[in-house]
Design a protein around this ligand. Structure first.
Ligand code: GAP
Length: 512
């Protein structure tokens, strides 16, 4: 596991990233002039570029670079039976509990998990203390396996996990409440143990379609994009003459009425997913599951982020439709958390839609000369979480040799919102006109920004802060010999190049 800075320091960095995002036009709280809307965010002028670039890179990697994967853009609204078939109406819920004194609502599983995290913390602290006491001779594994206090905490974690998941499996919500009482968990706001019963709360947002008096119909905002792919399986397979194995990819908004909605854009009520369903012959799904695990991890690392920032998290408990599932976790400043899920969803979804729609959803396999419902491997990644991963890794505070400081976003150049800034050294002497001329020749190839306000140093800092890989400065010499200086964001080194070289150099840098 990668080492990470103590919690307080990480929280500090997380706060800085949030305020940097706002200050530099990446992410704003939604409808901020009305004090915002909880867990909903807007992407500003630089955020939208970064987000588009991530989406485009994913799309290219999945659709353009795979001959047997095609795209789709299904509507957000779907026939309500979709969600009955998929199981979301009956089972897409969280167990909730209210504290009567603070009137705050919590997810029961989060309260229990937070309690277990406290015990785990205590184990880590015991180990830290012992390591200091014993120095070089300290054997951590042996200590964790034999120390009395550690074993006590471990036993508490194990028995609580067993009891909680057992109760959830039996849907015994009374026992979940009893567990919270037995563990003496208090409300973080009121400090009291005055809890209501635990209830299941469906996470889907609903609205009605048509005029309310006439053909009003409850309709849901999709909680995942995947179902749009499943219900279009036949359309795409037939019109695209797709042969198994093949995939359908889609990016788009999903909506969940998250109760623990905090942690900035990590957990939102309106967010974007990038999902791909890969249809395979039954019996081959676990091979394809391994294939997509490797492919997806390679994709993450192709962003230039070190492998130590990622780790696997196999699911302890599989969803009813899955026969294998694993998450790719990323080390956000708030710790290792889920970034992408890879699931072997069997034939559950297609079969369920077949049953509920009464339409045959099958594939005729010419090699086997038989019809079957394909099995599915799903790769499902959050676009906003990828944005947060890329941004938090890129955010760097640097002390420079001259004693000054700068904040630089070391974004992969291909994802940077602005690829190249065109800056006249001063806003006079014909330099702005020359700079505009250059801008007009390169702006059709990549995102450029022209800026003449403030000193050149300030303009460099502004572009460091949004991650612009190159700054082109037009000075008096430019007027004489058609050369400019080009400054590299990371090294801050400048070199003089002919104007006609700008396009080539920047293109090379942003190719990825
Ligand atoms: N179709 C499968 C599916 O939706 P999921 O694990 O619930 O699986 C997939 O979601 C990904 O969507 C997650 O790995 C995460 O990156 C992203 N995601 C889920 N809920 C989110 C939320 N409330 N806010 C932001 N991203 C979310």
């Amino acid at each position: 596991m990668a080492t990470f800075a103590p919690m307080a320091q990480n929280e500090e960095i997380f706060k800085k990233i949030i305020s940097h995002s706002k200050e530099y036009g990446f992410v704003f709280p939604s409808s901020e002039i009305y004090d915002g809307l909880s867990a909903v965010y807007d992407y500003g002028q630089n955020g939208v570029e970064l987000k588009n670039n991530i989406r485009q890179y994913w799309w290219k990697s999945m659709v353009q670079y795979h001959e047997n994967i095609v795209g789709l853009d299904a509507a957000i609204f779907m026939h309500p039976t979709t969600w009955k078939a998929s199981g979301h109406i009956d089972a897409f819920s969280d167990p909730l509990i209210d504290n009567r004194d603070s009137k705050k609502r919590y997810r029961a599983d989060v309260l229990v998990e937070d309690q277990m995290a406290k015990w785990q913390d205590k184990i880590d602290k015991e180990a830290e203390k012992a390591a200091k006491r014993f120095g070089e001779t300290f054997d951590k594994d042996q200590f964790l396996a034999t120390n009395g206090r550690v074993l006590e905490y471990k036993e508490k974690i194990e028995s609580t996990t067993k009891r909680f998941y057992g109760a959830m499996e039996r849907n015994d919500l009374a026992d979940v409440k009893k567990l919270i009482e037995d563990l003496e968990i208090v409300c973080p706001v009121s400090g009291s143990r005055n809890w209501t019963d635990v209830r299941q709360f469906n996470l889907m947002f609903s609205t009605s379609m048509g005029s309310v008096s006439e053909d009003s119909n409850v309709i849901y905002l999709r909680p995942e994009t995947a179902q749009g792919i499943f219900v279009n399986y036949l359309n795409v397979q037939k019109t695209g003459r797709m042969k198994i194995p093949f995939g359908i990819a889609q990016t788009g908004k999903a909506f969940r009425n998250e109760i623990v909605a905090r942690q900035f854009i990590f957990r939102m009520r309106e967010f974007e997913q990038m999902e791909m369903q890969y249809f395979v012959r039954p019996g081959t799904e676990l091979e394809w599951f391994e294939y997509w695990k490797t492919e997806r991890m390679k994709w993450h690392q192709s962003l230039g982020i070190p492998a130590t920032k990622y780790r696997w998290h196999p699911h302890d408990k599989l969803a009813h439709y899955a026969n294998a599932a694993i998450d790719i976790e990323f080390e956000f400043p708030i710790g290792f958390k889920e970034l992408e899920g890879i699931h072997s969803r069997t034939d559950f979804d297609l079969k369920a839609h077949q049953e509920h729609s009464g339409k045959k959803i099958q594939y005729f396999d010419p090699e086997l000369n038989e019809n079957y419902v394909p099995y599915v491997i799903e790769t499902s990644i959050g676009l906003d979480r990828t944005f947060l991963a890329v941004l938090s890794y890129a955010y760097t505070e640097e002390k420079l040799e001259d004693g000054s400081e700068r904040v630089v976003l070391r974004l992969p150049s291909m994802l940077a919102p602005v690829k190249c800034a065109i800056l006249p050294l001063v806003a006079k002497d014909g330099l702005p006109e020359k700079a505009r001329e250059i801008m007009d020749t390169v702006k059709y190839d990549f995102m450029c920004q022209y800026e003449e306000k403030d000193s050149i140093g300030k303009r460099y800092r502004r572009h460091d802060a949004i991650g612009t890989p190159y700054c082109i400065t037009v000075d008096h010499q430019t007027l004489e010999d058609n050369t400019v200086t080009i400054r590299d964001r990371d090294t801050m080194k400048q070199e003089r190049i002919p104007i006609e070289k700008i396009g080539e150099l920047v293109r090379l840098k942003i190719k990825g």
